[in-house]
Design a protein around this ligand. Sequence first.
Ligand SMILES: *Cc1c(COP(=O)(O)O)cnc(C)c1O
Length: 341
Amino acid sequence: MAKKDIDWSNIGFGYIKTDKRYVSNYKNGAWDEGALIEDDKVTISECACVLQYAQTVFEGLKAYTTEDGHVVCFRPDLNASRLKDSAARLEMPTIPEDKFIDAVVKTVEANIDYVPPYGSGATLYIRPYMFGSDAVIGVKPANEYQFRVFCTPVGPYFKGGAKPITIRVSDFDRAAPHGTGHIKAGLNYAMSLHAIVDAHNQGYDENMYLDAATRTKVEETGGANFIFVTKDNKVVTPKSSSILPSITRRSLIYVAEHYLGLEVEEREVYFDEVKNFAECGLCGTAAVISPVGKIVDHGKEICFPSGMEEMGPITKKLYDTLTGIQMGHIEAPEGWIKVIK
Ligand SMILES: *Cc1c(COP(=O)(O)O)cnc(C)c1O
């Protein structure tokens, strides 16, 4: 077996079909053993709960090659527990953590030739997901479910370095108080599609969503959490029951406190105070951190002192330390790195 003939540094962030995927079915109250299959097509009832009522939840994580040549993934146990929380909120069954991790490992092993080499900047993106697969026409949860894991190689998120982006304060809301903003469900994305297309049409890279009840507090973007840095180098991240608990953000906070000795505040962040921050970044698995250079609120601009050319200095330290831990140049906290090969 040899690495696939792919131009790793130029593949972009799109779907590339790989050789094998993992499938397990839930029926009569139990999961079957699960297996790797070759067929990339899903066959379900036209009336499946996922198709009619969007009963589906997902996860996203990466496998990559470390400096010493191992293939690893980052904190998959947290993806397993988050999927469990997401599923429970949509009345779906639990995937046990060991089944989830086993499925991820098997899928990566079966597609090992698609794991991009160290130094290419590319990674293997892994997508575990679950959906209600049997027919329901009255509104109720499905009786049968399918859990699948596929993977696809993705290129470096930033070609030629991370340039700061410009975002706008959105007039659309992402998540209601007591709603589903805190779970990783397709439904949260379906309703963000119009807002992101509109943002792009207006020349913005992303939407900053405020809390739906008062429109005074910062929540997150469609797919990433915020971190801010104060002028005296404190790291501040919004706390809210309607934002998705990003694993990247939780890891960065740990890195800030335990590796960089920075003070961290996880608290409500009013939009009014954003203009006083020195740095701003978006965090998620895809990019680790995307620096934000400018936020536009209905014509009023907030320009961070770090500018539009480079990441702010603290953001850069956080980014370098976390990616260093992931790639194996910096010692990881116990349990963060799952070695696959
Ligand atoms: C997945 C996701 C994130 C990022 O979470 P990570 O675990 O860091 O990848 C942030 N916000 C939303 C809405 C998400 O769906």
